[in-house]
Design a protein around this ligand. Structure first.
Ligand SMILES: Cc1cc2nc3c(=O)[nH]c(=O)nc-3n(C[C@H](O)[C@H](O)[C@H](O)COP(=O)(O)OP(=O)(O)OC[C@H]3O[C@@H](n4cnc5c(N)ncnc54)[C@H](O)[C@@H]3O)c2cc1C
Ligand code: SF4
Length: 475
């Protein structure tokens, strides 16, 4: 039964954490939201209506036990709230920061329409940030010694890190291979600091290192070892390499040096944030330049807001559909607009002509096979816009993994993503599993974590089955 502390949504209005002033946040790459203080987190948690069927939980990809950890928070039992929150997620403070809550948990909160949703993401972040500060986040302690068997994880993004943690907890030896020099995948080199500060990611990685997970950074599978070599080295292998082939802007002039791929641009910016020397730094620096970003998803939003922080003279986002049909999070569009980004809806590039983008006005035609209205050019309505830098942010597809890994027997879908058995998440190669974007196509961090949580028990079962019969019980 709900306690007296709960159901306060009528007298206590929704209060998301306050945002730093635009002028202040445009000067740095720190997160824009200020953290809750304890009283605010308790107050906001107490707005939960403790529904019999909690739609927030149903629509959270991790099925986080949201009503219960909100109740514990409202009662001031934060350490218990943390334990519960951590029981279904390997990175709750990260999901709390960057999940598109308006489409997931909060978007399905029953009080959303009339009173404003419970601020689930902000409370989730508060709980686990507090746990880190208070020392409640304990070291990983393996429950058994299974180190005679090892798991090789290719890719240190959220899917790979989740599997590394869960397999280490089981006691296996775990080796993570990543072509970048730092772990974290897109958490580290894609998503900018103003959404997710890097120490938040690095402390998760350090916890794994402290638990004995071995990281092999700057190790590219396909260049430094073939998949078969890794398979021979480890009892099981997980492929969690994400999707990195950028979709191209297919117009004349798109190969000019001032036309940048979104991820190259974001990686350069994130590297600068770490204090690294950035090769060709001037090319990736928008300071004083007019910037045009092409695309309407979250990557485009990250690019426009990065350009603002680099001190661009102007930042425009060209998107071929309208605001209502934009794939990016509405919250991020609002943040970008507050920061001075100009959105040019219903516009697509026709050619890039030196420091100018010549664009076509579009209109929305009939709905296509995907149910979305197809944009088509509005005749005779071209326009030009100044662009010292053009950034292509049209999304990503899978790379050719069978080719890159020297593994022609690795089965892929027609989109190039890995084909897996839907129960075990094993690929066409025995003992080789897959998770995250390389299976789903470009998706979300929370789904990568979910996949990691699903595939880890499947790998464990498979490894047990490889043991001689008499050793299985002990394992
Ligand atoms: C700019 C941007 C912003 C985003 N913002 C959000 C957001 O706000 N919220 C959200 O939920 N999601 C966001 N996403 C999506 C989210 O980041 C991904 O869905 C998620 O990171 C996928 O996790 P993953 O573990 O499958 O792969 P990744 O995070 O991509 O990690 C894959 C890792 O594999 C490594 N790798 C690849 N190939 C090899 C190889 N051959 N050898 C060795 N290592 C290899 C890569 O270096 C990388 O470290 C964003 C994505 C982008 C690009
Ligand atoms: S993981 Fe994401 S969807 Fe689930 S409760 Fe947290 S913020 Fe909401």
């Amino acid at each position: 039964m709900a306690t007296k502390k709960m159901l306060k949504f009528i007298e206590r209005p929704q209060a998301q954490p306050s945002k730093r002033a635009v002028a202040e946040r445009a000067e740095d790459f720190l997160e824009i939201s200020r953290p809750y203080i304890l009283a605010k987190a308790e107050e906001q948690a107490s707005r939960c209506s403790q529904c019999g069927v909690p739609f927030c939980q149903v629509h959270c990809p991790l099925q986080n036990n949201i009503p219960d950890w909100l109740k514990l928070t409202a009662e001031g039992r934060l350490e218990e709230a943390y334990e519960l929150s951590a029981s279904t997620s390997t990175m709750p403070e990260i999901c709390g920061r960057i999940c598109p809550q308006d489409r997931l948990c909060e978007g399905n909160c029953v009080i959303e329409k009339d009173f404003g949703a419970v601020t689930i993401g902000a409370v989730e972040k508060f709980i686990t940030d507090t746990a880190w500060d208070m020392g409640w986040v304990k070291p990983i302690v393996p429950v058994a010694d299974r180190s005679a068997q090892s798991v090789g994880v290719i890719g240190a993004g959220p899917a790979g890190l989740t599997v590394a943690e869960l397999m280490r907890v089981k006691g296996y030896a775990v080796h993570v291979y990543d072509r970048h020099d730092r772990a974290g995948g897109l958490l580290t080199y894609g998503i900018p600091g103003f959404k997710l500060e890097k120490p938040v990611v690095m402390r998760r990685v350090q916890r794994l290192i402290d638990a004995g997970v071995v990281f092999h950074q700057s190790f590219e599978v396909g260049r430094d070892a073939s998949l078969a070599e890794l398979r021979a080295r480890h009892s099981a292998v997980l492929i969690a390499t994400g999707v990195y082939r950028p979709r191209e802007v297919d117009v004349p002039g798109a190969d000019a040096p001032h036309v940048l791929a979104a991820l190259d641009y974001l990686i350069a910016s994130n590297r600068a944030g770490f204090g690294d020397a950035v090769p060709d730094a001037a090319r990736f620096d928008a300071h004083g330049k007019h910037v045009v970003v092409i695309g309407g998803g979250d990557t485009a939003m990250d690019c426009v807001r990065t350009a603002v922080r680099q001190g661009a003279a102007s930042v425009k986002c060209l998107y071929r559909r309208d605001r209502a049909n934009m794939p990016g999070s509405a919250r991020e569009v609002m943040n970008a607009e507050e920061e001075g980004v100009e959105f040019v809806w219903l516009a697509a590039p026709a050619r890039i002509d030196g420091p100018r983008v010549v664009a076509q006005r579009m209109r929305l035609g009939q709905a296509g096979a995907d149910g979305r209205r197809t944009p088509e050019p509005e005749p005779g309505a071209d326009f030009e816009t100044r662009a010292d830098i053009v950034i292509k942010a049209l999304g990503f597809d899978a790379e050719d993994l069978p080719g890159a890994f020297g593994a022609p027997d690795l089965s892929v879908t027609r989109w190039g993503t890995l084909r897996v058995d839907h129960k075990t998440m094993m690929t066409s190669i025995p003992g080789v599993f897959a998770a995250g974007d390389i299976v789903r196509g470009a998706s979300l961090v929370v789904w990568a974590v979910r996949d990691g949580r699903d595939v880890a028990p499947a790998i464990h079962n498979w490894l047990r089955a490889q043991l001689p019969q008499q050793n299985r019980k002990a394992a």
